[in-house]
Design a protein around this ligand. Structure first.
Ligand SMILES: C[S@@+](CC[C@H](N)C(=O)[O-])C[C@H]1O[C@@H](n2cnc3c(N)ncnc32)[C@H](O)[C@@H]1O
Length: 331
């Protein structure tokens, strides 16, 4: 077997570590949350199961047993079927890409930049990335998600010995309960201590496509407006139009050309990567026939694979920056 694929025979069955209290909280998530909110736990499950490449000790706790088991079964099936895309590989690459760009951005500011995670879900970077030690971190998500994250951490604190996993590596962390479709999210962020004048890194990971078009554009414009007053780095992933058909109910916003969209909003230095590009590979794509290498070989304007007519589903990883010195000229 390819050394960079997960080896499902050696994975421990998840769920042994956590208390009845944690299980009950996850039962509430499964019963009461819609699929958009539950995507936070699914993503954590992917990180937990790709642990041979992603280091996230809190991912199992945040995923919960059911999401871990479901994801585990999917990966097992993909490996047994020799699938060209193993479940979770995109998540693993995306996580590693955001982490390396985040670290580089923090260093480029000489430490101390604020970091805002929009649609933070069950992201645990504030507990695991040393590069954030001088950064004030803000996580924004729905009130239920932010509240549950606190409660899960509290329950874990009472039940596990390795409390060091629950210690912040960031300078500070504030959770902001807000619906990104509402215009007041930025006001809520400011009220929680965010300082618009301070160097800022914005992380939009697995969030923008959940928003309707006008609200997604509103969020990007708000961030662009903030570039007028401070040095900014934006890290975001964008689905192309074909990708949104994976879930017609949950996915809305898309951009086939985020590298054109962001400059039109006032961002500069836009760099776009596709899964499998040299800076988004991480040794996970040895097979030249894998889906991502095939996609990268096709012009981005092509909507369907020429050989079988299936949709060309792409995820773009995009870095951009902004600064008060540049002119903002919106179309
Ligand atoms: C796929 S998860 C990604 C979570 C996290 N960024 C990560 O990579 O682990 C999407 C997250 O976006 C959040 N989300 C979706 N729509 C939102 C909205 N309108 N307002 C706030 N959060 C939202 C969901 O609750 C969920 O936590």
């Amino acid at each position: 077997m390819n050394g960079s694929l997960p080896d499902h025979h050696n994975w421990p069955q998840p769920g042994l570590l956590y208390s009845e209290a944690v299980r009950e909280l996850h039962a509430t998530i499964e019963n009461d949350w819609d699929s958009v909110k539950q995507s936070a736990c699914q993503t954590a499950a992917g990180r937990a199961l790709w642990k041979h490449v992603v280091h996230d000790p809190l991912a199992e706790l945040f995923a919960g047993e059911t999401h871990l088991n479901n994801f585990y079964e999917k990966i097992k099936k993909d490996l047994l079927n020799n699938a060209r895309e193993v479940s979770g590989v995109i998540l693993a690459v995306r996580t590693l890409w955001f982490e390396s760009k985040l670290e580089a951005a923090v260093n480029s500011f000489g430490g101390g930049a604020q970091v805002v995670l929009l649609g933070a879900g069950m992201d645990a970077r504030a507990y695991r990335l040393e590069c954030l030690k001088e950064s004030d971190v803000y996580e924004i998500d729905f009130p239920e998600v932010m509240q549950m994250k606190d409660t899960l951490l509290q329950a874990a604190m009472e039940s596990i010995n390795e409390a060091s996993q629950l210690t912040l590596t960031a300078k500070s962390l504030r959770r902001v309960a807000a619906d990104m479709r509402d215009e007041d999210w930025f006001k809520k962020l400011r009220e929680s201590g965010f300082i618009p004048e301070k160097n800022t890194i914005w992380i939009l990971e697995g969030i923008i496509y959940y928003l309707p078009h006008s609200q997604a554009m509103g969020v990007l414009k708000t961030i662009a407006d903030n570039c007028r007053i401070t040095q900014t780095v934006l890290l975001a992933d964008f689905m192309n139009k074909q990708s949104t058909s994976l879930s017609a109910t949950n996915f809305h916003f898309y951009s086939d050309w985020p590298d054109h969209l962001l400059p039109s909003l006032g961002f500069s230095d836009v760099k776009l990567s596709q899964i499998g590009d040299p800076d988004a590979d991480y040794g996970l794509f040895h097979d030249p026939h894998n889906l991502f290498n095939k996609l990268r070989g096709l012009p981005r304007s092509i909507q369907n694979h020429p050989d079988d007519g299936t949709p060309c589903r792409r995820l773009y990883l995009v870095q951009a920056s902004g600064s008060p010195n540049q002119t903002i000229s919106r179309e």
